[in-house]
Design a binder for this molecule. Structure first.
Ligand code: FRU
Length: 490
């Protein structure tokens, strides 16, 4: 169904509760619904927001349009957890509809300030003639998870940026506050990251664009995040419209990171190592990731598994997308590593060593599992996930550890989508070296961690749930070890 602008942006109170009940029932019965990933009860989910630790709990919000699988009037839905694995959905916490967020409470972040959580987010406003105005707004959340919006915006759109000015990351550094904001320059129509400074969260001072040594930030930047990881500063962001040769990805829009020794807030300068930005995830569907430094000393990341402007098969079931598992960030040998948080092992129900010298590894693996597999240094083959028992219909992981190549191929698994953006992605690893895979499958979500998080490939696939076999495509794979774990719902 084609959604009109009026339907997308009408006040939530104009929708009936019966509609929501029906949408929730429909989504709950979908065979594609993830069971240990945060997914919407109904409608569309996109960016993670306000990822934080506050009042003894982990918090994450997500961008939500609860009435259908489309981008419409967005609000923040609130989820809480005690362990970063089991999440409870508390429903809409930051609705849109005020003077400064009339057309959407867009993405933003959170900082604990004294005994409250401060939320900084973009208010999306459309004028009568549908011109966009972007405001950076604030709200306080108290210990009862009650949110009060500030009456006035913190930051208004500067004259030199277009209306693409959004997704503030609020940072607290010593006694000062900074906000990094994704932007597009009005004159050059190029992507930029704006920096603002404040001493009191009320008066904000424009520090101009972040100066950097990166080559190109496309036509617009979304969701910038600066995070401390093992003594380095890691800048994570989404540059839209990068030339194809800038990054080796065919995804519609990338999510990237760059590493630096420091961020010079005085000079407003970020000097990336080798002037380089790197794909954060080598799969098909990661976008708008949000990271933060937690009080336990770790840096955590969570991503939207979904991309803008692509239709997904669950659209016809009136819901769309999910969040990734929480990943812990590390720097190992100068590279950013992303690992599943240790508490993920709490989901393990049943464990089985993989049989040796067998083509079929697990015949009835189900749709919720973790597969750990180490392949020897001279193995060439094809690992089939979600296979219907044949070698033709499966999510394929083609490996060649001699040449150091790993390719994920979703061209033969279930319903097709986004094919114009490629169906195969290949990564390069050290040649003649064993490869360790830690693979999480959750109905229609697959997160593949390679060599302890050195690379991550995240993707959706939509195969019938009767496709449940894990196998190699031929009998020649002899040098491997591993375990299969059935996983519980979160
Ligand atoms: C990224 C994004 C953000 C914006 C939000 C709106 O996916 O476009 O830039 O704040 O989604 O939902």
């Amino acid at each position: 169904m084609a959604w009109t602008r009026e339907q997308r942006y009408r006040n939530y109170s104009n929708y009936s509760t019966t509609l929501i009940d029906n949408l929730e029932k429909q989504a709950a019965t979908s065979q594609y619904k993830p069971k240990f990933h945060i997914s919407p009860k109904s409608g569309l989910l996109n960016d993670p927001n306000g990822f934080s630790f506050f009042n003894g709990q982990w918090h994450v919000f997500y961008q939500a349009f609860p009435f259908g699988p489309v981008h419409g009037l967005k609000s923040w839905v609130h989820c809480v957890s005690n362990d970063l694995v089991h999440w409870q959905n508390l429903g809409i916490a930051l609705p849109a509809g005020g003077r400064y967020d009339s057309h959407g409470a867009y993405s933003g972040s959170a900082q604990v300030i004294d005994d409250q959580l401060f939320l900084m987010y973009t208010g999306n406003v459309r004028t009568q003639d549908w011109q966009r105005e972007s405001f950076q707004n604030g709200a306080w959340m108290d210990k009862d998870n009650h949110i009060t919006k500030l009456m006035e915006p913190l930051i208004k759109q500067p004259a030199y940026v277009t209306d693409h000015f959004r997704d503030p990351q609020l940072l607290k550094i010593n006694n000062e506050y900074y906000a990094l904001i994704g932007a597009q320059d009005k004159e050059t129509l190029k992507g930029e990251i704006s920096l603002f400074q404040s001493n009191d969260l009320k008066n904000w001072h424009d520090q101009g664009y972040v100066k950097h040594n990166l080559h190109d930030l496309g036509f617009m930047v979304e969701c910038p995040n600066l995070v401390d990881v093992d003594g380095k500063k890691v800048l994570i962001f989404c540059p839209q419209g990068l030339p194809q040769d800038e990054l080796k990805t065919t995804n519609i829009y990338p999510n990237v990171y760059a590493i630096a020794d420091y961020f010079d807030f005085e000079q407003n300068y970020f000097e990336a190592e080798n002037g380089e930005m790197v794909q954060l995830d080598e799969g098909f569907d990661v976008y708008a990731s949000q990271a933060f430094n937690a009080p336990d000393g770790n840096a955590y990341l969570i991503s939207w598994i979904g991309l803008p402007e692509i239709a997904y098969p669950t659209d016809k079931e009136n819901w769309a997308h999910c969040l990734s598992m929480v990943k812990q960030l590390k720097i190992v040998d100068g590279q950013l590593y992303q690992q599943p948080v240790a508490a993920m092992s709490k989901l393990r129900d049943y464990e089985q060593e993989l049989p040796q010298k067998q083509r079929v590894l697990v015949e009835k693996a189900g749709q919720q599992y973790e597969l750990r597999l180490t392949l020897g240094a001279d193995q060439i083959g094809n690992l089939l996930l979600a296979s219907d028992g044949t070698t033709e219909h499966a999510l394929q992981l083609k490996f060649n550890t001699i040449d150091g190549k790993l390719t994920v191929d979703r061209s033969n698994v279930g319903e097709k989508f986004g094919i114009e953006f490629g169906e195969q992605h290949q990564i390069r690893l050290d040649p003649n070296t064993p490869v360790m895979l830690d693979i999480f499958v959750d109905h229609s979500v697959c997160e593949i961690f390679v060599n302890d998080g050195q690379k991550v490939l995240t993707l959706r696939y939509f195969a019938d749930n009767s496709h449940t076999t894990i196998a190699f495509s031929d009998e020649n794979i002899t040098d491997y070890t591993g375990q299969y774990f059935k996983l519980n719902d979160m």
